[in-house]
Design a protein. Structure first.
Length: 114
């Protein structure tokens, strides 16, 4: 059974928005430091954003003021609201625990193109 299931990706025009979700099938989700990552074609996977158990957040510079990471502990779900999308945001997006990562999920494809 997959422990990380991402969804919400799709094709969007530049300037558009998407909301990604990640359902985590593990107990104690509320104490996990969680993150979003992305991997563009031909590139290594890169970290995008982190949310601590306290709700504090950190972002890679290129997505600051455009992306918002959040969590719903009752639903054991992680979110990434992406606004003002750019072609360079095109990638497969993944979620995972920051410390002691779990097996990676399949990710969700985000394509920003006109």
């Amino acid at each position: 059974q997959a422990q990380l299931v991402e969804s919400g990706g799709g094709l969007v025009q530049p300037g558009g928005s998407l909301r990604l979700s990640c359902v985590v099938s593990r107990s104690n989700f509320n104490i996990f430091r969680m993150g979003w990552y992305r991997q563009a074609p031909g590139m290594q996977r890169e970290w995008v954003a982190t949310i601590y158990s306290t709700g504090s957040t950190v972002y890679i510079e290129s997505v600051k003021d455009r992306f918002t990471i959040s969590r719903d502990n009752a639903k054991k779900t992680l979110y990434l609201q992406m606004n003002s999308l750019k072609p360079e945001d095109t990638a497969v997006y993944y979620c995972n625990r920051i410390i002691e990562p779990m097996a990676w999920g399949q990710g969700t494809q985000v394509t920003v193109s006109s």
